[in-house]
Ligand binder design. Structure first.
Ligand code: NDP
Length: 475
């Protein structure tokens, strides 16, 4: 539903009878209020093991040429003790702390103090002040969309440094990779803990907070829906997009520079990873306004899952392919490289077009054309916590008629392409596709559970019309 219509409805406060089961819908929108044992076990597992998983992958590359089995075998056979591995791990350095502090501060400055000018000269780009979706409490937040600008400024400065000024080496990120990991962890934990305290004592919008009473669940999944400092510093938008996603392409470029330094050339596999992931990152910033309507911003609360995840998990594990290629420079046969490129581009096309179809459909309130025809849809209604009734539509044509999350399918195809670019010698680069499959399948189930609570009987009509989730006829 277009945002201005939502606002009109909110202003009008038209309380109407609900067709759906109101009690079930109210308060069920967004993340859970109650924690079942499985969710709690998953939360505890992730809190304990996610940081170790990141460490294990990065350490395996640094000490075992990216072999995931050798460290375990070494430990089991008594060749090494845990302390040997730990003692060989670079510690936090002043240099890394300085680089990281400068990096984050620079991104904060770009985000808070430089209003977007890209939308003034880039045709078709939506930037500047934009409205997010209506929150469960009926609030519509405003956001300064300037991520593309931050990405361009950052990359231009790095390019100018590499080609003219040489203040720092283009391999600086790779050269400080593990010390920077400790810095990213410090920020990730600090921001998650701050968000938890803020949610309890000085929330931005108390009505949009959720408490389960379980400390670990609240810490992980967040209490506040949209924590902010001042009018514009929005935690979710900042940490989701920057520093992590702006860093993604810089990290890959640093890995390419390291390949050049070590072997005197950049392999075609490294070029493919840089290009395909670069397209994904640029797409993210080009569509940052659209991103305000995705699950991360529309439904997830801000806790460790987003705070630590954006600071540590994303920059360290989404870039594993490039890291792997520094240790194993793979030169692909032309047919293999073309196959990977085609798969990556097709995946990207499906991902973008599916997301675009929904965005267009929602923006125009269904008054648009999808594949040359009027879109088909199901009318739905839901209620916010203050009892205001809203209307929405679920599209059942275009890619959204093929499967309920065909955008995830496109994303998975692209993810597989990054992994295939690394050849077949090691499993480490394939972690990404395994992780994305788990993430997006879980996300799909989580989203459907939420939509079912939100739309009630209307959701059932929708799932009857579009029976499959990711792959038509299969799942
Ligand atoms: P979606 O963009 O699919 O958004 C789901 C929401 O869209 C639902 O909650 C519902 O919201 C609405 N919706 C569902 N079905 C329909 C329909 N038929 N017609 C209209 N609206 C519908 O999910 P995400 O926000 O998770 O993902 C956005 C993109 O980001 C995806 O392409 C995904 O692959 C990508 N992504 C990438 C990640 C990564 O780490 N690389 C992580 C997460 C996502 P409402 O309540 O408004 O009805």
């Amino acid at each position: 539903m277009a945002t201005h219509q939502v606002k009109k409805l909110a202003e009008g406060r038209k309380h109407q009878n609900m067709q759906n089961d109101t009690k079930a819908s109210q308060g069920q929108w967004g993340r859970a209020w109650e924690v079942d044992w499985f969710s709690l076990a998953s939360v505890l597992f992730l809190l304990m093991f996610a940081p170790l998983i990141v460490y294990y992958f990065i350490m395996s590359c640094a000490q075992y040429q990216c072999s995931l089995t050798d460290p375990v075998l070494d430990l089991l056979m008594g060749n090494k003790h845990l302390s040997d591995i730990w003692n060989s791990t670079p510690m936090l350095t002043y240099k890394a702390a300085g680089i990281y502090s400068l990096w984050v501060t620079f991104q904060v400055v770009l985000y808070v103090f430089i209003p977007d000018f890209c939308h003034k000269f880039l045709p078709g780009y939506v930037g500047g002040v934009q409205e997010g979706a209506v929150t469960p409490a009926g609030v519509v937040n405003k956001y300064e969309i300037n991520g593309l600008q931050a990405w361009i400024i950052t990359h231009v400065l790095c390019f100018v440094n590499a080609s003219c000024f040489h203040f720092f080496s283009p391999t600086i990120i790779f050269d400080n990779w593990i010390p920077l990991l400790w810095c990213a962890n410090i920020l990730g934990y600090a921001v998650s803990t701050f968000a938890m305290i803020k949610g309890h004592f000085f929330p931005t919008n108390a009505k949009d907070c959720k408490f389960t009473g379980n400390f670990f669940y609240d810490y992980m999944m967040g209490i506040e829906f949209n924590p902010r400092i001042g009018k514009w510093f929005d935690f979710k938008l900042f940490f989701n997009g920057r520093p992590g996603i702006v860093a993604w392409t810089l990290i890959n470029l640093s890995f390419a520079a390291k390949q050049q330094e070590l072997y005197g050339e950049v392999t075609n596999s490294m070029v493919l990873v840089n290009v395909l992931q670069g397209i994904y990152v640029l797409d993210f910033f080009w569509n940052e306004a659209w991103y305000l309507k995705t699950i991360d911003i529309c439904h997830d609360h801000f806790g460790w899952y987003l705070g630590w995840g954006d600071c540590v998990w994303l920059p360290y594990l989404y870039t594993l392919q490039g890291l792997y290629l520094v240790y194993h420079p793979v030169q692909l046969h032309a047919a293999h490289a073309v196959g990977v490129l085609m798969l990556g581009l097709l995946g990207y096309y499906i991902f973008r077009m599916t997301n675009h179809q929904k965005d267009l459909f929602r923006r125009t309130n269904g008054k648009c054309r999808i594949w040359g025809k009027k879109p088909e849809y199901i009318e739905c209604s839901y209620m916010s916590v203050d009892g205001t009734k809203y209307y929405s539509k679920l599209m059942t044509s275009g890619f959204w008629g093929w499967a309920r999350h065909f955008n995830y399918t496109g994303d998975l195809m692209g993810s597989l392409a990054y992994c295939l670019a690394c050849g077949f010698e090691h499993v480490l680069p394939y972690f990404y596709i395994v992780y994305m499959t788990i993430l997006l399948t879980h996300r799909c189930l989580r989203d459907e559970h939420r939509c079912s609570s939100k739309y009630g009987k209307d959701w059932k009509r929708y799932t009857a019309a579009v029976p499959h989730r990711l792959l038509p006829g299969v799942f």
